[in-house]
Design a protein around this ligand. Structure first.
Ligand code: NDP
Ligand SMILES: O=C1OC[C@@H](O)[C@H](O)[C@H]1O
Length: 425
């Protein structure tokens, strides 16, 4: 049987839209997928030149991103100078939204980058539209679909390590906000700026998968949010950091944290202590230098990469200013739990009554590409099967997480504005 093929329209030509598009051009059989497939039929940008440049960049992709190109699957891809034209293109089945704000789309299935919306009211409006128009809608929380997400759930939910006693999860990374323009999406309240909305979805993924979906939470009761804190960034009053404590009755408490001006732990950003041992999930690193800055080779005296070899915690970036001065800056990049590919099971300290005996390492790599195709496969399957929402990323779970963000922001005072610049309450 031939695979069910989804014809995608991509909204925006930014960083993550590029990664998503590249990933769905990879041969699906490299991730053992034969039942669904993807084509990109339209790109929408605020400028047609940018849309065309995006297509040209995809066409120049190197292995493994050249598979669809080699088959001529980008030959008829349309470049549009507006998002509207993509929504109206009859050759588009589903839209991937890679803008900082959710953009409405008419009559199409939607996969929307996290954070889904600015607040819960906005999310409920989207869900109501999807129900009314019978269209598929999903928040693009790609991590949920990675092999390791299922593996971590299996270990904890099987009870192999006993009950969960303590849970912490975080995403802290130095975005170097002082060196970013106000218009950067992490700074500008009108682009959903701040650490909470951008980074919060990741600690939340793990809390939701491990604790909310824990067999002891039979009725999938949402947790209580006991307290929270935000530190604001004086330049725009978005949150520099957020912390919040949740409790799933009878399952565990969970401490969640985000920071955008400092790094967090370098080796593991999700740590789950259980009765008979702990699970530590590796962190994934990434950060782009401030606009205009370029990575330059590390200099002597800068701390070496982490023992895992994956996280270089400090790096040097430089730029030449308009007046020809070479400015160098040290940036810290430590990541979060967005694409971990291994975890460790760790025994309790000597003398503990019951504990696994030795530390073990467990690998669950994502397939060829960057790891975003799994969520696209889910969309294709759900659309094929006539579903409006995904069981793996259900609306209710997006709603629960969004409601934490609303509560943390309202208590902490972090400022957000909608696309028209009106403050979000
Ligand atoms: N899943 C993941 O791993 C990641 C998800 N994200 C999420 O994706 C979204 C976009 O992030 P990212 O790709 O890094 O952002 P970029 O700034 O790289 O790109 C955003 C794109 O949105 C479009 N856009 C529309 N309106 C505006 C506006 N007012 N200001 C700026 N851009 C606008 C632009 O496309 P155009 O000019 O073509 O119209 C722009 O290129 C965010 O919500 C972020 O949280 C980000 C990184 C990783
Ligand atoms: O989703 C994300 O993951 C990686 C981060 O660099 C980025 O800011 C965030 O949006």
């Amino acid at each position: 049987m031939s695979p069910h093929t989804i014809r995608w329209g991509i909204i925006s030509t930014g960083g993550i839209a590029t990664k998503f598009s590249q990933d769905i051009l990879v041969d699906p059989s490299t991730r053992e997928v034969t039942d669904v497939a993807h084509r990109i039929t339209a790109i929408g940008s605020r400028s047609v030149a940018s849309a065309q440049a995006f297509i040209d960049k995809l066409k120049a992709g190197k292995a493994p991103y050249d598979w669809a190109v080699g088959k001529g699957l980008l030959d008829d891809t349309k470049a549009y100078g507006s998002y509207e034209e993509v929504y109206n293109d009859p050759n588009v089945d589903a839209i991937y939204i890679g803008t900082p704000h959710t953009r409405a789309s008419r009559g199409k299935h939607v996969l929307c980058e996290k954070p889904f919306t600015l607040d819960l009211d906005e999310l409920d409006e989207l869900i109501a539209i999807a129900k009314e128009k019978k269209l598929f809608l999903m928040e693009a929380v790609w991590t949920r679909f990675h092999p390791i997400a299922y593996a971590v759930q299996d270990i904890i939910h099987s009870g192999k390590l006993g009950k969960v006693k303590r849970f912490s999860s975080e995403f802290s990374m130095d975005f170097d906000p002082d060196n970013r323009p106000y218009s950067h999406r992490m700074i500008d309240p009108a682009l959903g700026g701040g650490s909470l909305l951008d980074m919060g979805p990741y600690p939340s993924v793990w809390a939701m998968l491990v604790l909310h979906q824990h067999p002891l939470n039979k009725d999938r009761k949402p947790p209580k949010l006991h307290f929270s804190h935000q530190t604001l960034y004086p330049r725009s009053n978005v949150d520099l950091n957020s912390r919040w404590l949740l409790e799933w009755e009878g399952v565990s408490q969970a401490m969640l944290m985000t920071d955008m001006n400092t790094h967090g732990p370098r080796e593991s950003t999700v740590y789950i202590s259980c009765e008979e041992g702990d699970l530590a999930l590796e962190c994934e690193c990434g950060a782009t230098p401030s606009r205009g800055f370029k990575d330059v080779p590390l200099k002597l005296g800068i701390p070496a990469p982490s023992p895992s070899g994956r996280c270089s915690s400090r790096y040097l970036a430089s730029r030449v200013t308009d007046t020809g001065v070479n400015v160098e800056t040290h940036l810290t990049r430590t990541g979060g739990p967005f694409k971990p590919q291994r975890f460790w099971l760790i025994p309790h300290p000597p003398g503990s009554e019951k504990s696994i005996k030795e530390k073990t390492e467990h690998h669950y790599p994502v397939s060829a590409g960057g790891g975003m195709a799994y969520e696209a496969d889910e969309v294709a399957r759900c659309v094929r099967d006539g579903k409006l929402e995904s069981e793996r990323m259900p609306w209710e779970e997006s709603r629960i997480v969004q409601s934490w963000f609303d509560q943390v922001r309202r208590a902490g005072g972090g400022v957000l504005a909608d696309a028209k610049g009106n403050a979000v309450k």
